[in-house]
Design a binder for this molecule. Structure first.
Ligand code: ADP
Length: 319
């Protein structure tokens, strides 16, 4: 392997920059020339490709977003688009590609590998919805951003003795809601992986009111319904006044936490090693603090496992 490419694709996540830095520095350390592909698969098709140096990734480990920028690219979902990408990689004499992104980006990496071009996926999305890894890059930072918001909202909720509904991101996954709800002491957490039981929620609210609870925090994952939809449902069930907060895109930005930077550094470096071993079609991850890699097709076919026991615990602790 003489030249390696790296791109970020799909939704950005804090820690992507730390992963890019790891890929670039690890490559140079081993005498491989790294090339940055700008704007994801769209830049790949258009040949937006530049050689990166040690200094190109200086001063970025602490920055959110992605210096390689990201894009959605419909054309890359077609065979013609993918073949244009392979052509560009060959033109630049690049022998392997590290794809940093979520499951859509992994589909692109799988397709490229299918066309004979070795790719390794690095999981980066705040949603924590990729299998083969306990954590994706960006999840921990998003979790802490949400927690900060919950703590602030709690101040108002308790001063005004109100019920707050906080809508959080996660696409089809409930991890952000579950972890932030447990860490933020939310009374109720609503996630796509667990059945929505309005009777149970109403009972818990009523019990809380009876014992003089001053405030209630309810976390709703966007994959279930919006915060306002849930507020309407709750009003029908128990007729209580609520306030809704939609956290939105603040969850995607910000300085990556120490955990995300370390994770990104380890995963990015391992992706380079796998390409150096002559392997493609793999996806790296972390399991029980060990860096692992799996077949990317298998990863795409399996759903990310939801920690039901943590959900049960959150209920036990918010009686
Ligand atoms: P994420 O990687 O965060 O899940 P997306 O789902 O938007 O984000 O995917 C990012 C990009 O990956 C898409 O814009 C597209 O270029 C590429 N992609 C998604 N699905 C496929 C697919 N089935 N085949 C090839 N490329 C795909």
């Amino acid at each position: 392997m003489k030249r390696l490419g790296v791109l970020t694709s799909g939704g950005d996540a804090p820690g992507m920059n730390a992963a890019i830095r790891a890929v670039v520095r690890k490559s140079i350390y081993h005498g491989i020339e790294p090339y940055g592909i700008y704007q994801g698969y769209s830049g790949l098709i258009n040949g937006n490709i530049k050689k990166l140096e040690i200094g190109s990734v200086g001063d970025i480990i602490q920055r959110g977003g992605t210096v390689l920028r990201s894009a959605r690219c419909e054309e890359f979902k077609t065979r013609e688009g993918q073949l244009k990408g392979v052509e560009q990689l060959k033109k630049h004499q690049i022998d392997g590609l590290v794809v940093i992104g979520g499951d859509g980006s992994y589909q692109g990496a799988r397709a490229l590998t299918g066309h004979g071009f070795p790719c390794v996926g690095v999981p980066a999305t705040i949603d924590n919805d990729i299998s083969g890894t306990q954590f994706t890059i960006g999840f921990d930072t998003a979790l802490n951003t949400v927690l900060d918001a919950i703590d602030k909202i709690r101040d108002t909720a308790s001063s005004h003795e109100r019920t707050f509904i906080i809508e959080v991101m996660g696409r089809g996954a409930g991890d952000i809601a579950l972890w932030s709800g447990l860490a933020g002491g939310a009374e109720t957490i609503i996630v796509p992986e667990e059945k929505l039981d309005m009777n149970d929620i109403s009972d818990r609210l009523k019990k809380g009111q009876l014992r003089g609870k001053k405030h209630t925090i309810i976390i709703v994952a966007e994959g279930v319904m919006s915060g306002t939809e849930f507020a309407d449902k709750l009003k029908e069930a128990v007729d209580i006044e609520t306030r809704v907060s939609v956290l939105g895109h603040i969850q995607r930005g910000g300085t990556p936490t120490g955990f995300d930077r370390v994770l990104a550094s380890r995963l990015g470096a391992r992706a380079v090693e796998i390409l150096m071993e002559g392997k493609g079609g793999r996806a790296v991850g972390i399991m029980k603090d060990q860096i692992v890699d799996n077949d990317i097709s298998q990863i795409l076919d399996q759903p990310h496992s939801f920690q039901n026991e943590m959900f049960d615990l959150s209920k036990e602790l918010s009686i």
